[in-house]
Design a protein around this ligand. Structure first.
Ligand code: ZN
Length: 428
């Protein structure tokens, strides 16, 4: 009898699961039709896109119609913003009504609303049960990029107390963590490890003298060895997230650590980068995202990241689909110390230095830190010392992350058509 009841219960739960997904898809489909029609009327750049593809907004009724809308790539957005500054024809409201404008590498100007991003971040943080009484060190930057502010608002939504620490000032941050009995951390995994190691160098016993219980990591890859050390050596629960400065949090781990759950309220697809067609579970393609910000509608915006998704239910009970790991970039762009480096950014710098004929970037890993080096070939012999300083400055200004090494190599070292960025990192 008990067995029968249990089976009935399982069947009921299964049918509930079946119901939940299609209804969520229907809901998102309705929202999609709404945003497409709104964007078509108010965002000239989006109207151009649909017109060129020969698609009428009324043809987009459900999620299945997504394929009809061309994907907008990040580099396309940079060009559109250059042609039609500052927002490339995607802003649907007068500029004076904007709360904030953020700046991402590219550069890309982003008139996004923090509130929408904060909801996804709160969803991610809630896996730890963060609540009133938690004190969370937010080490994301509060200027230029939106990460600091969206995490800040997410923590407020959950009722926690935020310590808006930003990046750097290691010794002070160690003191803050100890004095204020910080229970949560948000930031890059490498900076957390730097803080812990510094605390140990200062003669402190991390497990005994600190209260940190959880860490939400983002902006760089979390190596399994580092996660293990956080958990085993320091008793810190760690969840990784997949996020983009332009699109917010696009996936977060639950405590099962089995991929990145899609946040509620946004559409995430895996798309064939050559055809723009949406792919099924297990297939590898570009992560393409649709947000529902009426002021700045980003519909089928390509992240340039490669991944795949699974529709298998997760043992944590969440019903959302999950992205598997992020496998790399569609084009030549890599994330170094939390910042994207596009080959185009370096090309633009190099163009200002006619003495330089070719370049190649190498990204590697030293301990827990990303390192990047640039090899340069010269057209003719010049005073290298004189060239180095302005080159270094321009590259740092453009990429916002300092190269660890700039080296002049002899002519012919960099082959014609060679990869512009070589990522040599391994993640053991
Ligand atoms: Zn889960």
């Amino acid at each position: 009898m008990v067995v029968v009841k249990r089976i009935k219960k399982i069947k009921r739960e299964r049918s509930k699961k079946k119901e939940t997904r299609p209804s969520r898809e229907n809901q998102l489909g309705k929202k999609l039709a709404g945003i497409v029609s709104h964007a078509y009327r108010h965002a000239p750049a989006f109207k151009n896109k649909l017109d060129r593809a020969g698609v009428k907004p009324s043809e987009v009724k459900t999620i299945k119609d997504l394929d009809k809308i061309p994907v907008t790539t990040q580099s396309e957005m940079v060009s559109l913003q250059k042609e039609n500054p500052p927002f490339g024809g995607f802003l649907t409201i007068p500029i004076e009504k904007l709360e904030r404008i953020f700046i991402s590498p590219g550069p890309l100007y982003e008139p996004i609303r923090i509130g929408d991003f904060a909801k996804a971040a709160a969803e991610a943080l809630s896996v730890f049960g963060i609540k009133k009484g938690d004190r969370v060190l937010n080490t994301f930057s509060y200027h230029m990029v939106p990460a600091g502010l969206w995490v800040d608002q997410a923590l407020q939504l959950l009722g926690a107390t935020v310590i808006p620490a930003g990046v750097g000032l290691t010794d002070l941050q160690v003191k803050i963590m100890k004095d204020l009995k910080v229970t949560g951390y948000v930031g890059t995994p490498s900076f957390l490890m730097t803080l812990i190691k510094r605390a140990e160098e200062m003669g402190l016993q991390f497990r005994k003298e600190f209260s940190l219980r959880c860490a939400l990591c983002s902006a760089e890859i979390l190596p399994p060895s580092m996660r293990k050390s956080f958990e085993d050596d320091y008793g810190i629960k760690v969840a990784d997230t997949y996020a983009s400065a332009i699109l917010g949090i696009l996936g977060y781990e639950c405590l099962e650590k089995s991929g990145f759950h899609f946040p509620e309220g946004i559409i995430i697809e895996i798309v064939d980068p050559t055809t723009g067609k949406s792919l099924g579970p297990g297939e590898i393609g570009e992560v393409v995202v649709t947000l529902f910000d009426k002021n700045y509608p980003l519909i089928r915006f390509g992240t340039g990241d490669l991944s795949s998704f699974t529709d298998e239910p997760c043992s944590c009970g969440r019903k959302s689909y999950r992205l598997t790991r992020i496998m790399g970039r569609v084009g030549e762009a890599v994330k170094v110390r939390g910042m994207f480096i596009h080959s185009r950014q370096i090309e633009e710098v190099i163009r200002k230095f006619p003495e330089v004929s070719r370049f190649q970037v190498y990204v590697s890993r030293s301990g827990h830190r990303d390192e990047w080096a640039i090899n340069l070939e010269l057209k003719e012999e010049v005073d290298r010392e004189k060239l180095l300083e302005p080159l270094q400055r321009s590259i740092q200004e453009s990429c916002r992350v300092k190269p660890d090494k700039i080296e002049f190599v002899s002519q012919g070292t960099i082959a014609e058509g060679a990869k512009k960025i070589v990522d040599q990192r391994t993640w053991e």
